[in-house]
Design a protein around this ligand. Structure first.
Ligand code: PAF
Length: 287
């Protein structure tokens, strides 16, 4: 079947006009925020959005505010033509693809920030200072532009999803946030736009992250410390992988889980494979 043409919106006004029309027609709107370089994980977000709404808008915007000065903003993969074709195939009505100037007309940055607070400075936020303030600021802007009924995010960015949910609750934003499970390759590798930056041979090294999560899961009946030790052991023989952090948190608070914790725990891992920084996480239950 020939996919319906997708509308490309580049300005805030165009996006608002499309949403206004949809609302007048009584249609429900979903937003899928992305930074492009789309893969099957994004397709899963879109499919969820299509189940929830009549009009799905996917945003594609590599947000400079969430990259630190020495991070991979310049080499972050950009594949706009393939992204548009994939979104059209999936049945997305419109792609919102603003320029940096359109989003941040005052010199490429927003002077006003939505700050993630203490939980934005731990784990991913500790390694990437300011990252979550940049994420929450752009997500707030996207929610304000599109005013969706639902917004769909991947569970792979576990801390991001937690902080977006908390922001929506803290600021009483009128949107329902839906998290979609991580899509993995058959061998366990979590799909990520950054996987395309891996050099030959590094892909196998990258499996250390999902192997560490599985090892932690197998140790769950022995408690938090055993989970951490099992996951850590995976990295001991991995010369091509530099572990950044490994943590076991209570998914309700995102604070470190103590060794006497029972119930669900979320294991989070970040590591550098060659020059590519990857993250992954999974939830297990300590009986
Ligand atoms: O998860 C991402 O791709 C980005 O952090 C997001 C949510 C699109 C904000 O730029």
């Amino acid at each position: 079947m020939v996919p319906a043409p997708i509308r490309t919106l580049t300005t805030v006004d165009e996006a608002r006009a499309l949403v206004r029309e949809a609302r007048q027609a009584g249609r429900r709107v979903a937003l899928v925020p992305t930074m492009g370089a789309l893969h099957a994980g994004h397709a899963a977000l879109v499919r969820t959005a299509l189940e929830e709404a009549d009009l799905v808008i996917a945003s594609i915007f590599v947000n400079p505010m969430q990259f630190g000065p020495h991070e991979d903003l310049d080499r972050y993969p950009r594949t706009p033509d393939a992204d548009l074709a994939a979104l059209a195939d999936l049945g997305v009505t419109a792609a919102f693809m603003p320029t940096v100037d359109e989003m941040y007309p005052d010199g490429g940055r927003s002077a006003t920030l939505v700050t993630a607070g203490h939980l934005g400075t731990v784990l991913e936020g500790r390694s990437r200072p300011g990252h979550f303030d940049g994420v929450l600021t752009v997500v707030t802007k996207l929610l304000s532009i599109v005013t969706p009924d639902v917004a769909v995010f991947g569970e792979k960015d576990g801390q991001q999803l937690f902080l977006v949910r908390r922001m929506v609750r803290d600021l009483d934003l009128p949107v329902r946030v839906i998290g979609v499970p991580t899509v993995r390759e058959p061998d366990g590798l979590a799909l990520s736009s950054r996987n395309r930056l891996l050099q030959a041979g590094e892909r196998d090294d990258a499996l250390a992250l999902s192997r560490a999560l599985r090892a932690a899961g197998k140790a769950a009946d022995r408690g938090v410390e055993a989970m951490l030790a099992a996951a850590q052991a995976v990295f001991q023989d991995e010369t091509g992988v530099r572990l950044d952090y490994l943590a076991v948190v209570d998914p309700r608070t995102f604070l470190g889980a103590s060794d006497d914790h029972h119930g669900p725990v979320q294991v989070l891992v970040a590591a550098r494979v060659g020059t590519v920084r990857l993250i992954d996480n999974a939830v297990f239950t300590i009986p």
